[in-house]
Write a protein that binds this ligand. Structure first.
Ligand SMILES: Nc1nc2c(c(=O)[nH]1)N[C@H]1C(S)=C(S)[C@@H](COP(=O)(O)O)O[C@H]1N2
Ligand SMILES: [Mo]
Length: 395
């Protein structure tokens, strides 16, 4: 057992810092320092004297883009500058908050037009929730489009109630200022980015008209002045640069609801495989191993994150072809937020190994392997939540 290969920083301080540089990249140093101060940083076993990070052989290169870099420790709250951004139409110019208006219309008794001051004058609520693009993990070099942030704004539900939603309403639609030309029935039609929530879902207490992110005014790139926050749903539902809300008595079928951000897959029903097409909605159960730290006694601590719609119930880790072993979950009182986990890998043998994690959520959903029919029979790009095996070399 090659415990002697673990550097003792008391004897060799430069070796440890060089390892840190290799593991996280030069710009990561500040993040490392900050993360060590936070009791909820992923990988609490951040190298103490005598410990070292074992880099993953499949570590993704630093992309230079705003996104989570798994080679760095993750604080529970992702710094805003680390949170990815997505815009499918051309990004709108900055919106003048004084001129901005939000229209609430459709099948309501009392349509409304609100200013930003009126939105901010309404009851304020903070919600911590994990935002993930459903494309995260769908292509080989892409796993950083996720972040856990604290969002503040006013709850949507009481506003809808005040508008008096009529019984004919089946859903609530949300529109952004960004538009694009879509070809429909041979014609070019200008459409705004839009998403809908079923009427029951829109009544949830934790859906926000959000104007603050991590204690700061919501940045333009994240949808200022106001965006929708839908805890537990994939990012596509979190409409940015909000301009309109409509209660609707028939379903909206615009691009990012009905033609893109859709999942086509084979489902088993009464012994038959039937092909179903659905719109991307709530998050699936997913986890990723983020770090391995070698302790002075030779054991490795594997740590990572797991998330789902609702709460994660269990995370298990498998080394090579070994059995699934339960990881330790950090307390997870808040639903729709990621949770950290760690697993003690005793006596790791020298050589290359595969580590993989599997999360189970409170509803009993289990993160599938890439070979599971649930993933194998998925013909489309979005909802990439298969188990994510990682490679390490133990010296
Ligand atoms: N108006 C508008 N809102 C939008 C989008 C968009 O293109 N336009 N993209 C959605 C998608 S696909 C994702 S993943 C999230 C990303 O939010 P972020 O840019 O704050 O990370 O915004 C969503 N809201
Ligand atoms: Mo997305």
């Amino acid at each position: 057992m090659p415990t002697t290969s673990v550097a003792d920083p008391r004897r060799s301080p430069t070796l440890l810092s060089r390892r840190r540089l290799m593991a996280g990249g030069v710009t990561a140093l500040g993040v490392w320092a900050a993360a060590r101060l936070s009791p909820r940083a992923l990988g609490l076993a951040d190298p103490a004297p005598g410990e070292e990070v074992v880099p993953f052989l499949d570590e993704l290169p630093e992309s230079g883009r705003a996104q989570v870099n798994w080679g760095e420790p993750q604080p529970w709250i992702t710094p805003t500058k680390r949170v990815f951004t997505v815009g499918h139409y051309t990004q709108p110019a900055e919106i003048d908050p004084a001129a901005w208006r939000l229209d609430v219309s459709g099948v309501v008794d009392k349509p409304m037009t609100l200013t930003l001051d009126q939105i901010k004058g309404r009851p304020r609520r903070e919600v911590t929730a994990t935002l993930e693009c459903s494309g995260n993990g769908a292509s080989p070099n892409f796993m950083g489009a996720i972040g856990n942030a604290t969002w503040a704004g006013t709850p949507l539900a009481p506003l809808l109630k005040e508008c008096g939603i009529q019984p004919s309403a089946v859903e609530v639609a949300f529109y952004g200022t960004d538009t694009g030309k879509e070809k429909l029935a041979g014609q070019d039609v200008e459409q705004a980015f839009a998403r809908t929530l079923p009427i029951g879902e829109a009544a949830r207490e934790d859906i926000l008209l959000c104007y603050e992110m991590n204690g700061q005014p919501l940045p333009h790139a994240h949808g200022a002045p106001v965006r929708l926050v839908v805890p537990g749903w994939y990012g596509v539902a979190w409409v940015k640069w909000l301009t309109g809300i409509e209660a609707r008595d028939r379903r909206l079928m615009t691009r990012f609801i009905a033609r893109d951000y859709v999942t086509i897959r084979g489902e088993f029903h009464n012994g038959k495989t039937l092909w179903r097409q659905t719109s991307v909605g709530p998050m699936n159960v997913k986890s990723i191993a983020g770090r391995v730290v070698r302790r002075a006694d030779g054991a490795c601590v594997v740590s990572g994150v797991a998330w789902t719609q609702g709460r994660v119930a269990k995370v298990e880790v498998k080394v090579d072809d070994g059995p699934w072993a339960e990881a330790k979950l950090e307390e997870n009182k808040t639903p729709h937020t990621w949770t950290f986990w760690s697993y003690e890998w005793k006596n790791p043998p020298a050589g290359e190994h595969t580590l993989v994690s599997r999360a189970t959520d409170e509803r009993g959903r289990v993160q599938p392997t890439a070979d599971d029919p649930e993933i194998k029979l998925k013909k489309t790009y979005w909802e990439a939540y298969a188990q994510y095996p990682r490679r390490v070399r133990i010296k």
